[in-house]
Write a protein that binds this ligand. Structure first.
Ligand SMILES: NC(=O)c1ccc[n+]([C@@H]2O[C@H](COP(=O)([O-])OP(=O)(O)OC[C@H]3O[C@@H](n4cnc5c(N)ncnc54)[C@H](OP(=O)(O)O)[C@@H]3O)[C@@H](O)[C@H]2O)c1
Length: 209
């Protein structure tokens, strides 16, 4: 069974750590502020350390803004070789809230993959943090869309997702991240749109069958 390191100690770190612990995984949380990481880890029943120390987990989740995720994987260099790195970012231009910051025909996940020897998998970018803590939304289990080029890495993330009580949907190669990031940008704009009064960063993107 894979072990998990989460880098970052914010909202998504809490959500993913909650689901990973529910899945029976060992979880390590690394933060740039040791006290913040320790506080989250103590709250949930994980271990903690600081960003920059070698990650213990086989799966390393970047629960960071896109720019920070790029700089953290660059800083780790070869220390991530052989690991699965999960990119959860939504590379939205928050100044305009009108586009992504990655070029058309690319994605945050592909940009991150170009910076690390790790196997990069896109996952969790379409699940809002509060729904991960709750493990559901609208009374329904969460769908987690997963894209990756390495079958073993993708399968390890899918196993974490299903053991955590969610439904993994492996959508194909890492380049499918382009669609996952584009679509979640659309979903994010709906949360901020006053026409949709009940959307409050609590919705879920789900395939109904
Ligand atoms: N929130 C959601 O519902 C949601 C859903 C899907 C995907 N995402 C994506 O998930 C990622 C994290 O979002 P979040 O909501 O968890 O954000 P957040 O609550 O603001 O947490 C961000 C974390 O990143 C750390 N950080 C920021 N800059 C850093 C740097 N340069 N070096 C090291 N650590 C740094 C922060 O550290 P400090 O605590 O020390 O400030 C914090 O722990 C983002 O890419 C976002 O697009 C979010």
């Amino acid at each position: 069974m894979s072990t998990i390191t989460i880098i970052g100690n914010g909202n998504m770190a809490r959500g993913i750590a909650t689901r990973a612990l529910a899945a029976g995984r060992t979880v390590e949380i690394l933060g740039r502020d040791a006290a913040n990481a320790r506080a989250l880890a103590a709250d949930l029943g994980a271990t903690s350390g600081t960003t920059g120390q070698a990650p213990a987990g086989d799966i390393v989740v970047l629960a960071l803004p896109f720019d920070a995720a790029k700089s953290v994987v660059t800083g780790y260099g070869q220390a991530l070789a052989g690991k699965t790195v999960v990119d959860i970012t939504n590379p939205v231009n928050f100044e305009t809230f009108d586009s992504l910051v990655v070029a058309p025909g690319s994605s945050a996940a592909e940009e991150i993959a170009a910076l690390t020897p790790a196997s990069v998998v896109k996952a969790f970018n379409t699940t809002f943090a509060g729904t991960l803590v709750a493990g559901e939304t609208g009374g329904q289990p969460l769908d987690v869309f997963i894209a990756g080029d390495d079958a073993d890495a993708t399968a390890a993330v899918a196993s974490l997702v299903s053991d955590g009580g969610m439904r993994p949907l492996a959508v194909g190669a890492l380049k499918r991240s382009r669609e996952l990031e584009g679509f979640q940008f659309l979903v994010m704009t709906l949360q901020a749109n006053p026409a949709f009064e009940t959307f409050n960063w609590n919705t879920g993107l789900k395939i109904i069958d």
